[in-house]
Unconditional design. Sequence first.
Length: 239
Amino acid sequence: MHGDGPVAFHVMTKPVGPVCNLDCRYCFYLEKRDLYPGNRRWRMSDEALESYVRQYIEVQDAPEVHFAWQGGEPTLMGLPFFRKVVELQRRHAGGKTIHNALQTNGTLLDDQWCAFLAENRFLVGLSIDGPRDLHDAHRVGRKGEPTFERVLAAMRRLSRHGVEFNTLTVVNSLNAERPLDVYRLLVREGSRYLQFIPIVERGPDGAPTAETVSGDQWGAFLCAVYDEWVVQHVGRVFV
């Protein structure tokens, strides 16, 4: 903002760069490692972390400061790293209110993680693409193993611990054909803030990739979700 209002901005922090423990078939970000040939040290150092936290808070002329932690998979940094994050934020807050958001695939979230997230009021974004067959079609581990059960367990664990979370669903050519299966699963499992992101990519030949959702599919998906939402969940679920 400019003029008479506070000067504030938003940065997404990737403390482990493009490194991830999954190998999602539509992911565009894992290949970013190739931009740094020979690099094997992706982890943000403690020195860089403290400098970043201090400066990010200092330069914002606003009473509230929002940190967003993404990746890759930021939980690969480990819980001690995020305990240090909170400690540094408290040290450098200068009277400002600090908020944290964490975008994760959820596969590493155990009870210890969830207790920490609840205690420190992190907003968690959890990536899940629908029921088991739809999710596991693309969101797989480094050896191609399915991940749905671990992600679903993470969602339920977040709920038990009272962690505020939303879900992020990549709409692709497969799950676009079953919008109500996707929507109903997410709502049934406790998501009240749902984000749907269409995947639109082109291959080397310029043609849409197999995972790309067409305009007709995307429109039909949104219409089907809306028709369910407007009857069942207005004011209780947010899309």
